[in-house]
Write a protein that binds this ligand. Structure first.
Ligand SMILES: [Fe+2]
Length: 425
């Protein structure tokens, strides 16, 4: 992002294999004005001219190859303006067998190390999360921040504060986001929930500041592959129920992956569509977003989703492999063969103020932690996955499990996971 419009300078990226011949790729330019904000404060006291947001596509990358890049502008008088030089490693080819490490968390926010941020001052945990991720960046291949990104809530300059905080991460590994209530929700704007959580941004900041491979950036659901992983990312701020456009997308995303090549199928969403023991969900009686699992559990079961991960509830929780409120597997640490259900995880402790757990006994809940943290998935190969939950305060592992299985275990039928058959031949 910078201060040059398309009439003033030509943006591009100069990049190439580390030590090799660099090439240049053009960048597109986007911006928006005050009128595209839906309400206040984004449209009034929170408004700040965003400058210009550039997006460039570096294509035909060699898998797992180290690249260098820098951002440039050619000014109208022929001079160049350069960023510093950055490095990234290209993603593995979909299905490729190599070590692949993914971190996932929600609800991070941003903060000032000196405490000078007086507005929205409840995201101190974000500094620890950011610090741990940077410290471990050599062991992280891709990061997902699954909604409630920076809590700017209509005070636009806070997006710049956030992007500065995460730049060491976002400039080095793919930094993928999902949309949350604090990015999108606004009354009368088509969000599934009609509250004012976005402070009038109604999704415009998230959809412009970050690129994600959606078909339509205003409808924030997408599919993305990373080696042996397939991620289906839902947008909980738009309707997901059966019969909707998004439901169709989710089914297509889950159904279209070749599990022999990409065995690790992960569902991501901001609000808890599965299971949660957060007090504010327990109080609704549904232990999750009303209409969440009622609508989607048959898809998770049919397509054998391994893990579903959410944010929104600001803490950590992990369930048993579960289907229709019943644990399908009693094992807690080392899953072998078919799990017969999906493990649901809440990883909403990215940094914004913590949320309480109910005192009710939720039998499907295996592990709860009222603290800041994030989860890490490590795929060693097509048969072996490690899940870890780490606290942001010390980066150490406080909960973990492994999945060991072969392709035939994914093919195996379990309740509601195979088409009903008859004896006709
Ligand atoms: Fe949220």
């Amino acid at each position: 992002m910078n201060g040059y419009g398309i009439g003033e300078a030509v943006p591009f990226v100069e990049w190439g294999p580390n030590g090799g011949q660099p090439i240049r790729s053009p960048a597109g330019t986007l911006t928006f004005d005050r009128n595209s904000m839906c309400g206040e404060p984004a449209r009034t006291v929170g408004w700040r001219d965003p400058g210009f947001i550039h997006t460039s596509f570096l294509k035909e990358l060699w898998p797992n190859t180290l690249y260098t890049y820098k951002l440039g502008h050619i000014l109208s008088n022929g001079t160049y303006v350069w960023s510093q030089e950055y490095k990234f490693r290209a993603s593995p080819y979909p299905g490729q067998n190599s070590l692949q490490r993914v971190v996932i968390f929600g609800d991070m926010g941003k903060a000032e190390a000196d405490g000078s941020n007086e507005y929205n001052d409840f995201q101190h945990g974000s500094l620890n999360t950011t610090k741990q991720l940077i410290r471990d960046l050599n062991n992280i291949d891709i990061a997902f921040l699954i909604g409630d990104i920076c809590y700017a809530n209509g005070y636009l300059s806070q997006w710049d504060q956030f992007t500065a905080q995460v730049e060491p991460i976002a400039s080095t590994v793919p930094f993928m986001i999902a949309s949350g209530n604090h990015e999108r929700d606004w009354p009368g704007s088509g969000s599934f929930y009609g509250n004012k959580d976005s402070g009038g941004e109604c999704g415009v900041l998230a959809e412009t500041m970050f690129y994600v491979p959606t078909e339509n950036r205003a409808k924030f659901w997408y599919s993305t592959d990373y080696g042996m992983f397939r991620f289906c990312v839902a947008d909980t701020e738009h309707d997901w129920r059966e019969g909707t456009e998004q439901y169709q997308f989710i089914e297509h995303c889950l159904a279209s992956v070749d599990r022999q090549k990409q065995p690790w199928l992960i569902f991501l969403a901001h609000r808890v569509l599965g299971y949660s023991s957060a007090t504010f969900y327990a109080d609704t009686g549904s232990f999750g977003e009303p209409m969440g699992r009622e609508s989607l559990q048959k898809l998770w079961q049919k397509y054998k989703v391994d893990i579903a991960i959410y944010g929104h509830a600001h803490h950590y929780e992990r369930t048993c492999p579960i289907y229709q409120n019943i644990c399908t597997n009693k094992e807690k640490q080392h899953y072998k063969g078919a799990m017969n259900g999906t493990i649901h995880v809440v990883a909403g402790g990215g940094g914004a103020g913590l949320a309480e757990f109910t005192t009710l006994n939720t039998k499907w809940s295996f592990f709860k932690d009222y603290d800041y943290g994030f989860v890490k998935l490590t795929a060693f190969d097509h048969s072996s996955l490690l899940f870890e939950y780490k606290k942001s305060s010390d980066g150490k592992v406080y909960d973990s499990f492994t999945i060991s299985r072969d392709y035939r275990d994914i093919l195996a039928c379990t309740v509601d996971s195979c088409p009903s058959t008859n004896l006709a031949s």
